[in-house]
Design a protein around this ligand. Structure first.
Ligand code: ADP
Ligand code: ASP
Ligand code: MG
Length: 421
C-alpha cells in the first residue's frame, strides 16, 4: 500500500487560475513521489469574506443554516477547478464535497465539530490511482444538512482526514513560509520556527495566530498527526513541523506572541454573591454553544453582597450572548450589562516560561513603558494573555516581540493581501 499524504491549500494559494495551476504542480509532484494524495482546498482568495458581505447586505440576522449553505459554496468552486487543473496535466483526479467525502459533523451550524469521516469512497478512488480533492470547511449532519466548521476550518478538515486515513503527513500550504514567532504582517522581522510543539501551537492558535485553525492542532495532537506548515510559493523551504516532542531544554522563555482582535468583553454587574450564579450564566451560554475565553469575578461587595462577572466571547457570538443574559436578568437580579468591543487580547506563549519567574512582570513592564493599559489578565501554564485597547494591539505585539528577543535578521516573505471588505 502506498503512503497517504494529505495536502491543504488555503485561499491565497488558490486565489486565481494561475495559482490553481501552481497548486496542481505541487500535488502532482507528491503523486510522482509514489504517494497517494488527498488534497483539501479552501475557497478562492477572499471568496468567503465576500459571501459573508453579500448576506449582511440582505439581512443583519441571516439564518445560520442558510449561512452555511452559502459559505460552503466557496469551497465547491475551488475543488472542481483544481481537479480540472490536475486532469489537464494528464493525471486522474476527482473532486468531492463533504457529503461525497463522508465528513460527518455535529448538528450545529457555523462552528460544527467533525464527529466521523467515512473514508470508503476516498480510499476506493485512491486505490484506482486517483488524486482526491476534498472541500475543506464543510461537513454534513446525519440527515444531510450542510454545516461549516468555523472560519479557517479547512485546516481542521485536512488534519481530520489525515487522522481518518492514517496518513503519513498533513502538509498545510499557505502564504507564509511556516509558523513565525508572531504574525509577520505585524513584525516583518519575525523569526520562522523550525518546529513547535502541539501544546505551544495550540495556545498560539487560540491566542489569535490564525495561521492554523486551533481545532486542527487539537486534532493533530489527539491523533498524533505529523503536521507541517509551509509555503505554496517557495518549495525549497520545508516550513515548520508541529510535533509532540518538546525540546529537552528550552532556552527562550517565550516562543511566540499573538493578538486576537475578534473578542468582545462583557461585564454582568451586581450579581448576587451566592452559589450557582456563575454556573447558571456559563451553562446557559454553553447550551447555546458559545465559547467563553477569559473570566474574572470581582470580590464580593460586603454592603450589597454582590459582585461583577466579566468574560470575553468571540465577537460573532456577542448578540447571542446578550440575548442569553437578557433572558437571565430576572433570575440573576441584574439588569446591568456592560459591553466593550474595543479590545484585543495580546498573548505571549512559551513552554520555557514554566518555573521561570519574572516573565509576567516583564510583560506588564513592557506595557507600562508603552503607556498601554491592561483591562484583564489571564494565564495558563505556558501562556499569559492581557486585554488591551484595540488601537494598542499592534504596538503591544511589536514591543513584546522585541523585549523577548524574538526578532530575526531577515524580513519574512508574505504573499497574500488582507481582505478589503
Ligand atoms: P490560508 O488562507 O492559507 O489558510 P491564513 O490567512 O488563514 O491562510 O493564515 C496565514 C496567515 O496567518 C499569514 O498570512 C499571517 O499573516 C497570519 N499569521 C498570524 N500569526 C502567524 C504566525 N505566528 N506565523 C505565521 N503566520 C501567522
Ligand atoms: N473558506 C473558509 C474561510 O475563509 C475556510 C478556510 O479558509 O479555512 O474561513
Ligand atoms: Mg487559514
Amino acid at each position: 500500500m502506498n503512503r497517504i499524504i494529505v495536502q491543504k491549500f488555503g485561499g491565497t494559494s488558490v486565489a486565481d487560475t494561475d495559482k490553481i495551476k501552481n497548486v496542481a504542480k505541487i500535488v502532482i509532484r507528491e503523486k510522482e513521489n509514489g504517494n497517494d494524495v488527498v488534497v483539501v482546498v479552501s475557497a478562492m482568495g477572499h471568496t468567503t469574506d465576500y459571501l459573508v458581505k453579500m448576506a449582511k447586505d440582505l439581512t443583519t440576522t441571516p439564518s445560520e443554516r442558510e449561512m452555511d449553505m452559502l459559505l460552503s459554496t466557496g469551497e465547491g468552486v475551488s475543488i472542481a477547478l483544481l481537479a480540472m487543473a490536475i486532469q489537464s496535466q494528464g493525471y486522474d483526479a476527482i473532486s468531492y464535497n463533504a457529503i461525497q467525502a463522508g465528513i460527518y459533523t455535529e448538528n450545529i451550524h457555523s462552528k460544527a465539530r467533525i464527529t466521523d469521516i467515512k473514508t470508503d469512497k476516498i480510499k476506493s478512488q485512491l486505490a484506482q490511482g486517483k488524486i482526491v480533492v476534498v472541500a475543506g470547511f464543510q461537513g454534513m449532519t446525519e440527515d444531510y444538512e450542510i454545516t461549516t466548521l468555523g472560519r479557517g476550518g479547512s485546516d481542521t478538515s485536512a488534519v481530520a482526514l489525515a487522522a481518518a486515513l492514517n496518513a503519513t503527513r498533513c502538509d498545510i500550504y499557505t502564504d507564509v513560509e511556516g509558523v513565525y514567532t508572531t504574525d509577520p504582517r505585524i513584525v516583518p522581522k519575525a523569526s520562522r520556527l523550525e518546529e513547535i510543539s502541539y501544546d505551544e501551537m495550540l495556545e498560539l492558535a487560540h491566542a489569535g495566530a490564525n495561521v492554523l485553525h486551533p481545532r486542527s492542532v487539537e486534532t493533530a495532537k489527539h491523533s498524533n498527526v505529523q503536521m507541517r506548515v509551509r509555503s505554496s510559493f517557495n518549495l525549497n523551504n520545508l516550513g515548520t513541523l508541529i510535533t509532540g516532542v518538546e525540546k529537552m531544554e528550552i532556552y527562550k522563555p517565550v516562543t511566540g506572541v499573538a493578538a486576537d482582535l475578534s473578542q468582545a468583553r462583557i461585564v454582568v454587574c451586581n450579581v448576587p454573591d451566592r452559589p450557582g450564579v456563575a454556573a447558571k450564566i456559563f451553562s446557559c451560554l454553553a447550551d447555546k454553544k458559545i465559547s467563553v475565553d477569559m473570566i474574572i469575578q470581582s470580590y464580593a461587595r460586603k454592603i450589597s453582597n454582590t459582585n461583577d462577572i466579566a468574560f470575553t466571547v468571540n465577537g460573532c457570538d456577542l448578540d447571542k450572548t446578550l440575548e442569553t443574559l437578557d433572558e437571565l436578568k430576572t433570575e440573576l437580579n441584574s439588569d446591568e450589562v456592560e459591553v466593550d468591543t474595543d479590545i484585543a487580547k495580546v498573548s505571549i506563549v512559551g513552554a520555557g516560561m514554566i518555573d521561570r519567574p519574572g516573565i509576567a512582570s516583564k510583560m506588564f513592564e513592557t506595557f507600562a513603558k508603552q503607556g498601554i493599559n491592561i483591562k484583564m489578565i489571564s494565564t495558563s501554564e505556558i501562556k499569559i494573555s492581557c486585554l488591551v485597547n484595540k488601537e494598542d494591539a499592534k504596538r503591544a505585539v511589536q514591543a513584546l516581540h522585541d523585549v523577548f528577543e524574538l526578532n530575526s535578521d531577515v524580513v519574512a516573505d508574505v504573499k497574500g493581501t488582507l481582505p478589503d471588505v
